[in-house]
Design a protein around this ligand. Structure first.
Ligand code: NAD
Length: 273
């Protein structure tokens, strides 16, 4: 399946970089660190790159160190910021606590957490296996909760933090064949609003992004006919690019969104209006 990117994106990105060099980007404080889970490919990598271009150091969380993670780190590192890999499973609370300890000893001011790691295990509910229900809820929802929990103390100590959770339009509208995934992504929305309420007094913001169909490895398995049918249902008549989600994530992570919390913003080409 071909990913159709709008021509304006590249032009924007070059402009964006130029603005950042002049220090007038999204008012990210340089010397600050962002944690991005599942950042070795797809939307997570695009977000890590966007935050790095804004001058943030990056802690990449991935399940394993391999050729893919090395390449991603190299690419992010080329922006000139500090970038390190931390391996573990976000659905295992001990892993998240250990990784957070390692991140805190390697970086000074962790100010941003992007909960991006996610998986799908699709089938109709009648044939959905218990292990597929558990795994999808564990990685998508519990992973987001464990990582957030691990970050809260450092955020509270510095009286500042921005959490960006990657949900999905499927969590808002449902989708046949994705009961486990839709429930997990809807759960993230309730979780986001709760964290926003619980920690606003500590100047910790928590927002969610609900992407529609974005061109990544996760959607690449779609047969061409299914992709065409999908596009016809999207008012903007194309799948989204990972960078288009990353632009919003960078906005929500930075000070230009300082008065926004508990919000869920769709990036879906109008798919769910
Ligand atoms: P992807 O499969 O390309 O990337 C997901 C990343 O998460 C991978 O790097 C993977 O290794 C990592 N990951 C998976 N399980 C993990 C675990 N237990 N611990 C740590 N890392 C783990 O997917 P993507 O399309 O880039 O999706 C990124 C996020 O956006 C996901 O949360 C996904 O649900 C969400 N999303 C994607 C789309 C889309 O159309 N692609 C739409 C809506 C929402």
């Amino acid at each position: 399946m071909q990913c159709q990117r709008p021509g304006i994106l590249r032009k924007d990105r070059i402009g964006y970089q130029a603005v950042n060099r002049a220090g007038k980007g999204n008012q990210m404080e340089t010397g600050k660190t962002a944690i991005v889970t599942g950042a070795t490919r797809g939307i997570g990598k695009a977000i890590a790159l966007e935050l790095a271009k804004e001058g943030m150091d990056i802690a990449v969380i991935a399940t394993a160190q391999n050729e893919r993670s090395e390449k991603a780190l190299e690419e992010i590192g080329q922006t000139g910021v500090k970038v390190r890999l931390f391996t573990g499973d976000v659905s295992v609370q001990e892993d998240t606590a250990r990784m957070m300890e390692q991140i805190n000893s390697e970086f000074e001011h962790v100010a941003v957490l992007v909960n991006n790691a996610g998986i799908t295990r699709d089938s109709l509910l009648l044939s959905m296996k218990e292990e597929d229900i558990d795994r999808v809820i564990d990685v998508n929802l519990k992973g987001c909760m464990y990582m957030t929990k691990a970050c809260l103390r450092p955020f509270m100590k510095q009286k500042k933090g921005a959490i960006v959770n990657i949900s999905s339009v499927v969590g808002l509208m449902g989708n046949a064949g994705q009961a486990n995934y839709a429930a997990a992504k809807a759960g993230i929305i309730g979780f986001t609003k709760t964290i926003a309420r619980e920690y606003a007094a500590k100047n910790i913001r928590c927002n969610a992004i609900a992407p529609g169909f974005i061109c990544t490895d996760m959607t690449a398995q779609l047969p061409p006919e299914a992709a065409e049918q999908l596009k016809s249902q999207i008012p903007l008549k194309r799948l989204g690019a990972a960078e288009e989600v990353a632009h919003l994530a960078a906005f929500l992570a930075g000070d230009k969104s300082a008065y926004i919390t508990g919000e869920v913003i769709k990036v879906d080409g109008g798919m769910y209006i």
